[in-house]
Design a protein around this ligand. Structure first.
Ligand code: 4AD
Ligand code: MG
Length: 461
């Protein structure tokens, strides 16, 4: 008999037909006359109720069916008398693939803390919570490609190993094949990277933007969607050392076009989840966050508020609020400041025109000599979800800024050449994928929205 996914069966149940399903036992209950096995195959949050007449099977076989064991079930699909599910399976045949020792299996019953589940990241996908989160994560990844494909953007694969630090923050993981116990040295005593694999110093990329710009200045509209790596030692619920970023880059776009696209994309993605993941969202709404679905619907409905950094600072200074960190023009906004602004407008907020000294070298310089055409999008609960800018397209201004910031100019010759040959206004942004998944699922720790999180001191699994 051809196996069916539980999701397929619930989508179009053909009662009276015989079906085969395979999955893992969530619970088993019942008595001498009737037993109920709740089977989950990962395709949906919903379990299939399998109804077993214990007299049809040997005691030895039934003993093996405990929480966590893996089964194949053949039977007839019938309407369910229970309230929980529309259909159930009257079991005719049972096969046990793998048992799960009832004394040892760590996921016996529900009610484990998320902290505990992080310690068993190899098994946590089998819980309702992580099944829901990872299905939503998939749907969002798919929707991102759909959004861009439908708008004539091309997906570009930018390198994982680079020799540049796009953000200039120096938070990079080295990539080397040098023997760390016997490092080759130059006559001056420095590490001799000429002897390394790439004959230069290399690192894991912090962003695909610089190469993305090269592609946009040829293909027009592009996006990247890949892993990025930051060795920042920030143990917060919103930072990962390895995270996924979506970076569109658009030739002939200015900062306003950039904001319009970012707002349209975020709304599209949240709406996609509401339209396609309602079962999983309802589960998360019920279990973790009673306002989740309302919050998602409100983000789709409201216009994002757009203000400049300078306006933001003035609002914060006149807020009458006692902030832990002082609000002064020229310093970066802290989490508490971002939260206040989002709450004040009761909408996502796009902040533009930041002081140039707290932003990356590539951002377009404003005529005031102090600010750049940056844009950060702040979301309720999350804070910064997107960072982007219009890019400096003027060769001399860009080169000056690289020198002012004492960046390694030699390594950026190829980037600078795009401003020599056919330069055009262009803009782009980066969406942190896990921050988006965090917002959509209502989870509160970024470690719970990526299957195998990488954070300081944590690279198991
Ligand atoms: O603001 P960031 O650093 O911008 C860039 O990397 C630009 N090159 C993007 C561009 O213009 N193409 O990072 C972009 C987003 C942030 O807004 C945040 O959502 C996410 O990436 N992000 C992180 N997410 C998880 N863990 C971290 N350590 C993150 N650092 C940034
Ligand atoms: Mg940023």
């Amino acid at each position: 008999m051809k196996r069916k996914l539980i999701r397929e069966i619930f989508t179009s149940p053909e009662t009276g037909s015989d079906v085969n399903i395979k999955g893992w036992v969530r619970t088993r209950r019942g008595n001498k006359n009737v037993q109920f096995i709740a089977l989950n195959d990962g395709s949906t949050i919903h379990n299939m109720q399998c109804v077993v007449n214990p007299n049809d099977f040997s005691e030895d076989l039934l003993k093996l069916i405990t929480t966590g064991s893996a089964l194949s079930v053949n039977g007839t699909l019938t309407e369910s008398k229970g309230q929980e599910q529309p259909v159930e399976i009257q079991v005719k045949e049972l096969e046990v693939y793998g048992t799960a020792d009832a004394d040892k299996y760590p996921l016996q019953k529900k009610g484990h803390t998320l902290e505990f589940l992080r310690e068993i990241a190899h098994l946590r996908p089998r819980t309702n919570t992580f099944g829901a989160v990872f299905r939503i994560r998939h749907a969002l990844a798919f929707a991102i490609h759909k959004f861009f494909n439908d708008r004539n953007f091309y997906y570009i694969h930018t390198p994982i190993i680079t020799a540049s630090d796009a953000e200039g923050a120096g938070e990079m993981f080295h990539v080397t094949t040098l023997d760390l116990h016997n490092v080759p040295r130059t006559p001056e005593g420095k590490v001799d990277f000429k002897k390394d694999f790439f004959e230069r110093e290399t690192n894991l990329t912090v962003s695909g933007q610089l190469e993305g710009e090269l592609a946009a200045l040829a293909l027009g509209l592009i996006y990247t969607f890949g892993p990025t790596f930051r060795a920042e030692n920030s143990n917060t619920p919103r930072h990962l050392a390895e995270f996924w970023m979506i970076e569109p880059e658009m030739a002939f776009y200015d900062i306003h076009d950039n904001m319009d696209l970012a707002e349209e994309m975020l709304k599209y993605l949240v709406k996609y989840a509401l339209d396609n993941c309602m079962d999983d969202l309802q589960f998360l709404n019920k279990m973790y966050d009673k306002e989740l679905i309302d919050r998602l619907q409100s983000v789709v409905a409201v216009p994002f508020k757009r203000i400049t950094y300078t306006e933001g600072i003035e609002l914060l200074q006149h807020s009458g609020e006692k902030f832990e960190f002082p609000v002064t023009w020229g310093t970066d906004l802290q989490k508490e400041h971002e939260n206040w602004l989002v709450a004040h407008f009761n909408a996502p907020v796009i902040i533009t025109d930041y002081p140039k000294d707290i932003k990356a070298f590539y951002m377009k310089q404003n005529n005031d000599g102090k600010t750049v055409r940056a844009m950060d999008i702040l979301f309720p609960w999350i804070g910064e979800i997107i960072g982007g800018s219009q890019r400096e397209e003027n060769y001399d201004k860009l080169l000056n800024r690289i020198r002012e910031m004492k960046m390694p100019e030699d390594g950026l010759w190829w980037y600078l050449e795009t401003r020599k040959y056919g330069t055009v206004p262009h803009a782009g942004f980066g969406l942190g994928f896990e921050r988006l998944v965090l917002f959509v699922t209502g989870m509160t720790n970024i470690r719970d929205v990526i299957p195998f999180p990488r954070t300081p001191g944590n690279a198991e699994f």
